[in-house]
Design a protein around this ligand. Structure first.
Ligand code: PRP
Length: 207
């Protein structure tokens, strides 16, 4: 599986804002929006384009657009804050939704919502979730996508753990990972260390 870490000074500065426990909800959401733009920019680097004719004020020339805009799939709640910047960069994108909450004790994902197109066989999919911890939520989401025949899946995360990366690899699914960092590991509560805490709580408050 391909793992691409977006290694850039501006991304590092935004990630620092998100990690810092002194950042309030609004500051955290703002940094996530900016950082998501960089992650999506990298996710789309190899996307196919199609050319079409346009006219500038001076001459006729070739324009370019994405041949197949991706379906964006935020994993609720934390992925919600990534939808607006991603769809602003790729306005033709449609959006599907998956809702999942990790059980505090078992650390297993508990699905509570699913709203996806039935046939994804011809559609690239970008799954948006700031955290890849045990990988359970991401693997379960990708199970849902593969059941709809998706073959081109990109997990777009901010912070990943080595355990989460391994879980994605072991799943055998057709997925690549774009992330701002792969951190040290998980603690006894399956939180990423050093991480940034709970990305849902830090955007929206505790649930
Ligand atoms: C967090 C996070 C991911 C998931 C990662 O969500 O946003 O979706 O856990 O953990 P995993 O890789 O071990 O599955 P949480 O369940 O806290 O829900 P929330 O987004 O609503 O806060």
């Amino acid at each position: 599986m391909e793992t691409r870490v977006v290694d850039h000074p501006l991304a590092a500065a935004l990630l620092t804002k998100m990690r810092d426990e002194r950042s309030d909800n609004a500051t955290f959401r703002s940094a996530l929006r900016r950082l998501t733009e960089m992650l999506i920019y990298e996710a789309a680097r190899d996307a196919q384009i199609e050319e079409f004719d346009i006219t500038t004020p001076v001459a006729v020339t070739k324009g370019a657009r994405l041949a197949q805009p991706p379906l964006l799939v935020p994993v609720l709640r934390a992925g919600l804050g990534m939808v607006e910047p991603a769809s602003a960069l790729i306005p033709q994108s449609q959006v599907g939704f998956v809702g999942m909450a990790r059980d505090e004790h078992t650390h297993q994902p508990v699905p509570y919502m699913e709203s996806l197109p039935a046939d994804l066989s011809a559609t690239p999919v970008y799954v948006l979730d700031p955290m890849l911890a045990t990988g359970g939520s991401m693997v379960h989401t990708i199970d849902l996508l593969v059941a709809r025949d998706a073959t081109d899946i990109t997990a777009v995360c901010v912070v990943a753990s080595p355990e989460g990366v391994s879980a994605l690899e072991r799943s055998g699914h057709p997925v690549r990972l774009i992330t701002a960092t792969v951190d040290e590991g998980l603690n006894e509560n399956a939180f990423i260390v050093p991480g940034l805490g709970d990305a849902g709580d830090r955007q929206f408050g505790p649930r």
